[in-house]
Ligand binder design. Structure first.
Ligand code: GLY
Ligand code: MN
Ligand code: MN
Length: 349
């Protein structure tokens, strides 16, 4: 859980007296309440209140140390209004809808509403030891499920069969899939987000499996590209190039490194293999209460690695009409370097 004290310092730096938190992951981060879609949190310099409705009276009391106000809007907004008169109140511009903002304006006419971005997200980038453990557990489960399912990735199986086996096993373990599973075989491998289809896997295909577990609210994220039979020389070459870039970027992970430099390192290696254009996305992202969160590993990012961040390193190369490769590891930034949390073996072609 994000410490309220840290959030209040960040609010003060941003010139805010209060913040209305509506982003579900941020609601969870600040309050511990796990049904963030049906909750809001108002944090002031002196207090913090969780707003949710009567479906969650028991759950809110069990999960959150914050005072809860149980009602439906507009009663929630009316409850908050008197305390906000004359205050500068931040709202989450990346999440709040235009209609919800109009509601705030109507019910809090005496507050100055200020759009903020990334306020709570930036505090979530460095994980507590409990959060690291939750993500470790999610990844350990994903590794176990991948090992169970790997033998099923054979010629004649459909992508959907592989995806449903993974989902079933995650469910049975008390988890769920962290996102729409990607199982992209043969030419479909050229789609970085090729969710599983009814395509039948062929002998000689490379198959990209991008999977994660969501466990106790926290996510994991890992990709392996596996060979069915013997792939052609061109895709084997692409595989080796992506693996080289991936391993080099993982080796470079340590505190103080700019994430943009890591993206550059991997991109330069792929460019050296003539695959710079084929690497069609950023190198990675932070992982936590959301699959994609801070820090960003884009070439344009200003983020710098700090101990306790958990990031992905996931270079890929996508050749339309031919196929694709992505290899993704989940990596914890430690005090003096890094620890790779995803342990599933990588194919050696
Ligand atoms: N599964 C989406 C990603 O790897 O970012
Ligand atoms: Mn992934
Ligand atoms: Mn990822």
């Amino acid at each position: 859980m994000t410490q309220l004290q840290e959030l209040r310092h960040a609010m003060a730096r941003a010139g805010l007296d209060a913040v209305w938190i509506s982003d579900p992951a941020n609601v969870r981060a600040v309050s511990g309440f796990s049904s963030g879609k049906d909750g809001k949190v108002l944090v002031t310099q002196g207090g913090a209140t969780l707003y949710t409705d009567a479906r969650y009276t028991v759950q809110a009391a069990e999960e959150s140390p914050l005072d809860a106000f149980i009602a439906r809007p507009p009663a929630t907004l009316e409850h908050a209004a008197p305390g906000l008169a004359g205050l500068r109140v931040g709202f989450e511009a990346d999440h709040l809808t235009v209609a919800a903002l109009e509601d705030l304006r109507e019910h809090w006419p005496q507050a100055a509403l200020v759009a903020v971005q990334g306020l709570v997200q930036s505090l979530r980038a460095v994980k507590s030891s409990a959060e690291v453990q939750a993500i470790r557990d999610a990844q350990a489960l994903a590794d176990q499920v991948f090992a169970e399912v790997r033998p099923l990735i054979v010629a004649g199986a459909r992508e959907l069969d592989i995806a449903s086996e993974i989902e079933l096993r995650l469910r049975r373990a008390g988890a769920q899939s962290a996102f729409d599973l990607i199982v992209a075989s043969g030419p479909r491998g050229a789609m970085p987000h090729g969710v599983a289809s009814d395509r039948v896997i062929q002998d000689g295909d490379l198959v990209t499996v991008d999977m994660g577990a969501q466990l106790r609210g926290y996510h994991s994220d890992m990709t392996r590209t596996v060979a069915v039979g013997t792939p052609g020389a061109e895709m084997a070459r692409v595989y080796r190039a992506v693996l080289e870039a991936e391993e080099a970027a993982v080796r470079a992970v340590k505190p103080g490194v700019r994430t943009a430099e890591l993206d550059r390192l991997a991109r330069d290696i792929l460019t050296g293999h003539g695959l710079g254009e084929a690497f069609a996305h950023s190198l990675g992202h932070g992982v936590g209460l959301e699959v994609h969160e801070a820090p960003s590993l884009r070439g344009t990012s200003d983020d710098v690695l700090q101990p306790g961040m958990i990031i992905t390193i996931e270079p890929g190369a996508y050749l339309p009409g031919v196929g694709g490769v992505r290899i993704e590891d989940l990596v914890l930034v430690t005090e003096d370097g890094h620890e790779v949390l995803s342990v599933s073996p990588k194919e050696v072609l």
